[in-house]
Design a protein around this ligand. Structure first.
Ligand code: GAR
Length: 216
């Protein structure tokens, strides 16, 4: 058995994606170890989830810093303590600065509730309903300095029905996210998916398009 891949998970809130990753690790589906869960929000419920599973919790409260650079620096120092192979953003609702991103280029993953490149930014579900879309989804992408713009690795889709509300879409999206994040992390841990500065390969083939997630 190879060494577990080291993860740091950064959250801002509920942490249901964090929970899905914890569950996948505990069930042996994913050969990884979460060194710490870091939150910019001291009240994030995800911190309690980490505590329950005896995972270290760290708070880097953005409100205690005068500017974004100082917050970023502190977050970077906190992350560095755990020397992660990958940083998993799971409902982290702040924008990372360039110093942070450059320090971990190609190693920061984010999950976003839309089929990127459509609907970058916030309120994606409401905007999709307003535009009478018939489909919405979830993307997992590498984090770069442009918001929600890094290479998309994995994309999942679900239908929007006529009467669907924002809550309905959030529920469908979460159900998909909870399968997608563990699966993608599993591929990284098993080196089925390999990210290097020059190329991304999936099962030894150059990844030219995002992988389409199919359930089950
Ligand atoms: C997830 O739906 C994720 O896609 C979204 O926040 C939610 C967090 O849920 N992320 C973003 O909007 C990032 N821009 P969770 O805290 O229950 O995992």
């Amino acid at each position: 058995m190879t060494e577990p891949v080291k993860l740091v998970v950064i959250i801002s809130g509920n942490g249901s994606n964090l929970q899905s990753i914890i569950n996948a690790i505990e069930s042996g589906q994913v050969n990884a170890k979460i060194g710490a869960v870091i939150s910019n929000n001291p009240n994030a419920f995800g911190l309690s989830r980490a505590k329950k599973h005896s995972i270290k919790q760290q708070i880097v409260d953005h409100r205690s810093f005068n500017d974004r650079g100082a917050f970023d620096q502190s977050l970077l120092e906190t992350v560095n303590r755990y020397s992660p192979d990958f940083i998993v953003l799971a409902g982290f609702m702040r924008i990372l600065g360039s110093a942070f991103i450059q320090a971990y280029e190609g190693k920061i993953l984010n999950i976003h509730p839309s089929i990127l490149p459509d609907y970058k930014g916030l309120n994606t579900h409401q905007r999709a309903i307003d535009n009478q879309e018939t489909e919405h989804g979830v993307s997992i992408h590498l984090v770069t300095e442009s918001l929600d713009d890094g290479q998309v690795l994995l994309r999942g889709r679900y239908p929007i029905e006529a009467r669907d509300t924002v809550e309905d879409l959030q529920r469908k999206g979460h159900a998909l996210e909870h399968q997608m994040y563990p699966r993608l992390i599993q591929w990284l841990c098993d080196q089925e998916l390999e990210v290097s500065p020059n190329e991304i390969t999936f099962r030894k083939q150059l990844l030219s398009h995002p992988i389409e997630f199919n359930h089950g």
